[in-house]
Ligand binder design. Structure first.
Ligand SMILES: *Cc1c(COP(=O)(O)O)cnc(C)c1O
Length: 362
């Protein structure tokens, strides 16, 4: 029996996923290993979220609130959205990204993506039988919005901008992005993934949720996650904001109702502690400057980061070798796109990383 014949056509044709998260190796590590490879928060969640976790952990037997009323209400309040009907929750933004493919893409629909960017989007387009249209970033690894606009065809269904971008850490100015979004024709859904926006140090930055608040009519969804600044990657909570009609379509997927109780309770509490998030962003910025300077002094090419990770290229050494040498000393980093990506840890973690980099480059 050829099981493959059972598959949907788009899955039969599916290329292998390039995501590190989909490789068959355990990524569970002990606390003495420094995990600077997944852009996790080394600080963990707000104490308020931990209190909510302690409460919720007494009742794992009950189902979550399917509609995530508290979480959506808190999120709407924080971002000035009129009400919770502007918000969808799911099991991490990964799940929301899957929902986009499930709900919006027909076979052959084109989706314009930056390259390199977050691989989850390309995967979701491929699974749905859509066509990823990859638009290279510019020489500074920044989005080339003009080239993305030029890539629009009658088949374009969706355009995705990850801002700031992963794996590059680079950032598009908010006003520039807003202008671009407003230029995109109304038959194309614009997705802005703001997984790292909390870490941007530029005061003129704002979330594209602003457009939704201002009554912007063309289709726009903004994705947020609790996995990065909020320090809850293991809880799997993601949020999408948009006009109620669009949000209701996300709800056509079962995945929009499959959130977990613990994460839901924690996320609602975490939103009420913005001072904690601001503090983490401030610490991150200090450490980001420190690592950037250290790597540059070692002769590495460093891309300007506005996130909690840094993409860099070590001269004369393969990225896999850099990875291996650090791993020998229990520091894990990433090795995407022929380069290396280090997440920003605590001062102690970063100092160890810098010390090993100095040894490697001696
Ligand atoms: C880490 C990350 C996310 C978050 O994914 P979750 O499924 O919420 O953990 C989303 N988008 C980008 C670009 C990321 O790097």
């Amino acid at each position: 029996m050829e099981y493959k014949t059972l598959l949907r056509d788009s899955i039969k044709a599916l290329p292998e996923s390039k995501r590190a998260a989909r490789q068959p190796v355990s990524s569970y590590t002990t606390p003495d290993i420094y995990r600077l490879n997944y852009n996790e928060s080394p600080y963990g969640p707000s104490p308020k979220a931990l209190e909510a976790l302690a409460e919720a952990s007494k009742r794992p037997n009950i189902y979550p609130d399917w509609f995530s009323v508290d979480l959506k209400t808190e999120f709407a309040k924080l971002h000035g959205l009129p009400d919770m009907m502007h918000v969808c929750t799911a099991t991490g933004s990964s799940s929301l990204i899957n929902i986009l493919g499930e709900v919006f893409l027909n076979i052959g629909d084109e989706v314009i993506l930056g390259d390199p960017s977050y691989e989850a989007f390309r995967d979701t387009v491929n699974v749905a039988g859509g066509v990823p249209v990859m638009v290279p970033l510019d020489a500074d690894m920044k989005y080339n919005l003009d080239a993305m606009y030029a890539a629009i065809t009658p088949k374009t269904k969706m355009i995705v901008v990850v801002n700031p971008n992963n794996p590059t850490g680079t950032y598009v100015d908010s006003a520039e992005l807003e202008k671009f979004i407003k230029k995109v024709p109304e038959n194309i859904l614009v997705i802005v993934d703001e997984a790292y926006l909390e870490f941007v140090s530029k005061p003129e930055t704002y979330s594209m949720i602003k457009l939704i608040n201002e009554g912007y009519e063309k289709p726009l969804l903004v994705l947020k996650t609790f996995s990065k600044a909020y320090g809850m990657a293991g809880l799997r909570i993601g949020v999408a904001a948009g006009k109620p009609e669009l949000i209701s379509y996300l709800g056509k997927s079962g995945a929009a109702w499959n959130i977990n109780f613990l994460g839901q309770r924690m996320a609602a509490a975490a939103l009420q502690d913005q001072a904690y998030i601001a503090d983490i962003a401030a610490k991150n910025a200090v450490e980001r400057d420190k690592i950037t300077t250290a790597l540059e002094e070692l002769g590495c090419k460093v891309y300007e980061s506005q996130t909690n990770f840094i993409l860099f290229k070590v001269p004369g050494i393969e990225n896999t070798e850099v990875y291996a040498k650090l791993a020998e000393q229990k520091v894990l980093i990433g090795a995407p796109v022929g380069m290396n990506r280090v997440s920003i840890g605590t001062a102690e973690m970063n100092d160890k990383f810098i010390k090993i980099m100095k040894e490697i480059l001696k």
